[in-house]
Design a protein around this ligand. Structure first.
Ligand SMILES: C[S@@+](CC[C@H](N)C(=O)[O-])C[C@H]1O[C@@H](n2cnc3c(N)ncnc32)[C@H](O)[C@@H]1O
Length: 268
């Protein structure tokens, strides 16, 4: 792995898990659509009790815990951030499911699991941040058994049409600057096809992204009044925030930015 990629991954992981302001802004699930969209993803994947599922970039464990609780599956979660792994493990212990939901620190581009170990894998709002997406897609395919299914929910973006407020490092960490279109030569479907994963379902959920923008704006307004020092300590540029949020809304309205759910299958 080159040093630039290593820095990007560490930076992204730290941005999500080294400040107590992020959970205040995002809530439990660090992806648009929250638990409802995770359930939609699990239904589209038709996960069945007893199956083994991998959650790639599992963050604080919300997706993995929901899958185990509501669908009766055994889940492994892996995230680049040791701090996220520790929080997720603690959440699994607190929920009394540490036997069936395990978490490890690791890189999506080099998954610490053997070939064919999982019936299904999910990855929510994270492939968009990985520097080497083709390698991550190859890893998704490698750890799935033949006939195994992959479920993604992710930001979609037409990079050539993104406004300046939505490019650069912060926008990349916020899942926007390096997101892909759903279709097209550099899109998620082609990326997965290159790794031997055939897309069987794709849905647009752009409203989920708009709701997240609304929620972040409302919480920023509250925090700006209640705890401005905490926001500044977290490195948030409060002056730039309104323009960034407005640009995100406009980009969703013009179809430049969105959120999608995608299911793909590994050949038998
Ligand atoms: C937007 S959050 C999504 C977290 C979780 N999937 C959810 O929906 O709540 C992105 C996550 O990707 C993780 N991440 C970033 N790069 C990674 C990599 N190369 N391998 C594994 N996890 C990574 C971050 O640490 C962070 O937890």
């Amino acid at each position: 792995m080159n040093d630039g990629h290593k820095t990007l991954k560490a930076c992204c992981a730290a941005a999500y898990h080294s400040s107590d302001v992020v959970p205040l802004l995002l809530g439990d699930a660090y992806h648009p659509g929250g638990a409802a969209l995770t359930r939609r993803l699990a239904d589209a994947l038709a996960v069945a009790p007893g199956e083994r599922v991998l959650d790639v970039a599992s963050g604080r464990g919300a997706t993995a815990l929901l899958l185990a609780d509501a669908y009766g599956v055994e889940v492994d979660g892996v995230d680049y951030s040791p701090a996220a792994t520790a929080l997720a493990q603690e959440a699994a212990r607190a929920a009394g499911v540490a036997d069936s939901v395990r978490f490890a620190t690791g890189d999506a581009e080099r998954l610490p699991y053997p070939d064919g170990a999982f019936d299904a894998a999910v990855c929510e709002c994270a492939l968009c941040t990985f520097p080497d997406k083709a390698r991550a897609a190859a890893e998704f395919a490698r750890i799935l058994r033949p006939g195994g299914r992959l479920g993604l929910t992710d930001v979609t973006a037409d990079a050539d049409r993104l406004p300046p407020e939505l490019t650069g490092l912060t926008a990349r960490i916020a899942c926007v600057a390096d997101a892909r279109t759903l279709t097209g030569p550099a899109g998620y479907e082609s990326l997965l096809a290159g790794a031997g994963l055939r897309t069987t379902a794709a849905e647009r959920h752009d409203d989920a992204l708009l709701s997240m923008v609304d929620r972040i704006e409302a919480r920023l307004t509250l925090l700006r009044m209640a705890a401005p020092d905490r926001l500044r300590a977290a490195g948030l540029d409060l002056d730039a925030a309104p323009a960034v949020l407005a640009a995100a809304r406009a980009a969703v309205a013009s179809g430049t930015l969105g959120y999608a759910l995608l299911v793909a299958v590994k050949a038998d």
